[in-house]
Every structure is written in C-alpha cells, then in structure tokens.
Design a protein around this ligand. Structure first.
Ligand SMILES: C[S@@+](CC[C@H](N)C(=O)[O-])C[C@H]1O[C@@H](n2cnc3c(N)ncnc32)[C@H](O)[C@@H]1O
Length: 237
C-alpha cells in the first residue's frame, strides 16, 4: 500500500475544484508540452489521469503510470475505453515500455519520491525512455521557496525533519487530507537532471492563465504570482 492509495478519492475530488490546478498548472503544462497528434507522451505519476486525458484530447497517445493502484483504478474508470491512453501501476524503478517517448511530464510527483535515490531514479528512468532530443516537463515545489507554516492557496507545508515535511490540503469545497513529502532545492533537481544525462535545463514560473484572472480577479492571484513555491523545469535529452 502506497500513501496515495488511502487519499486517492480525496485527491481526485480536490483537483476538480482547485483553482490552482484548473487555472495555472494544467493550462500552462499544455502550453509547455504542446502535444501534437500521434506523439507518444509519458505522464509520470498520472494520478487519476486528469492531465493524461487533457493531453490525449489534443490527439497524442498517452501512457500514464502511477505507484498507487487506487489512482490507476480511478484513472481507468474515468477514461472511455476507446481513448488513446494506457495506464500502468508502476514506479520509475519498474516502468518499461516497448517504444520510446517523444515527450514526458511529471506534475507534483517528485516531492513524494520518499528518498533522494528515488528522486534520481525519476530522472534516470525518464532519460532512458525518451527519444533523442525528447522533452521532459517537470512541475514541483522548491524547498527554498516553500512558505512553511502558512496557508498557501489551500496548502499548508509543515517541516517535520530536515528534507522532510507534511503537506496538508485544505482547498475550499473539498475534504481536507494530509500527505508526507520530501523537500529538495532547485540545485538538487538540476544535479539529478545533469547526472541522468539531460543536456539542457530551463526554468519558468508557474503563473495563472488569463481565464483564471478574469474569473477570480487579479487580487486572488497576487500572492500566488509573487510567492509560489512551484516552478517548471524544462529539460531536453
Ligand atoms: C499529487 S499526485 C499528482 C497527480 C497528477 N500528476 C496531477 O497533477 O493531478 C502525486 C501522484 O504521484 C504518485 N507517486 C508518488 N510516488 C510515486 C512513485 N515513486 N512512482 C510513481 N508514482 C508515484 C502518487 O501515487 C500520486 O498519484
């Protein structure tokens, strides 16, 4: 049993109402990934498949894996059989596929790696699974930017040990739940990516899309834009 087995339903419900997912993470991922028809794209830590389905809507073939069987069961139940998506229960240590991928992405997964070895393995495994010049888009929180002890858009990070913490989700209109995380710096992620072999690394801020600003107002997003602990890491093989 992995930790997301016991919170799969709560997570799944939370992401349907969470403005951060809806108006920032997902639309910006689509821009950065720019999925094309027939491309083969890997979703690492796909959860209930919400992003995999969005990417598949653009005509790409998507393969998602996740260590939580409960998340994969939810993903399968939410995906029509004819869709161009396959799901697997797997980890970066065990995932294999017959073809190599044009692109890969992982959204809010690395902080659940549990150890620095597994964090490194996410990069090593993805590097091997990508085609030459393949793109890898990562979104996660950076230790040096985490506002420990302060609510940040329905998330409260609590330090429990060096490089470890608890993340309490309390997003309006969803049930609260907590998970254990590890924390790592931008420098650590860069060293993992370089060690795996990635040739280029670019960073971008996570920002709300115009629609989110229109619906929720500039004031709602002010603190988010200035103090967000997440960043996009864009890697090329
Ligand atoms: C916060 S959820 C993110 C889900 C999805 N990427 C999204 O943004 O909606 C984190 C997911 O990472 C998965 N995960 C954590 N550690 C993993 C590992 N070592 N291998 C594969 N999946 C893992 C969890 O099971 C969980 O479904």
């Amino acid at each position: 049993m992995v930790q997301y087995d016991s919170v799969a339903r709560e997570y799944s419900e939370m992401i349907t109402v969470d403005p951060v997912k809806k108006f920032a993470q997902r639309p910006q991922l689509l821009k950065l990934l720019s999925p094309k028809k027939k491309e083969l794209i890997l979703d690492i830590g796909c959860g209930n498949g919400a992003i995999a389905r969005m990417v598949a809507e653009k005509g790409a073939n998507v393969v998602g894996y996740d260590s939580s069987i409960e998340q994969i069961l939810l993903a399968k139940s939410k995906t029509p059989a004819a869709k161009n998506i396959e799901y697997f229960v797997s980890t970066p240590y065990t995932f294999t596929y017959l073809k190599t991928f044009d692109k890969a992405f992982t959204v809010m997964v690395l902080m659940y790696a549990g150890s620095e070895e597994t964090l490194q393995e996410f990069f090593n495994s993805t590097y091997k699974l990508l085609k030459p010049k393949g793109l890898f888009v990562v979104l996660d929180v950076l230790e040096e930017k985490i506002p420990f002890g302060k609510d940040f858009y329905g998330r409260l990070f609590v330090r429990t040990a060096p490089n470890k913490g608890k993340l309490l989700f309390n997003v309006p209109d969803s049930k609260p739940f907590a998970v254990d995380i590890i924390t790592f710096s931008k420098q650590k992620l860069e060293s993992c990516a370089k060690k795996a072999g990635f040739s280029s690394i670019e960073w971008k801020n996570l920002l709300p899309e115009k629609e989110g600003i229109k619906i929720l107002g500039k004031e709602y997003w002010e603190v988010f834009s200035k103090q967000n602990p997440r960043e996009w890491m864009i890697l090329k093989k």
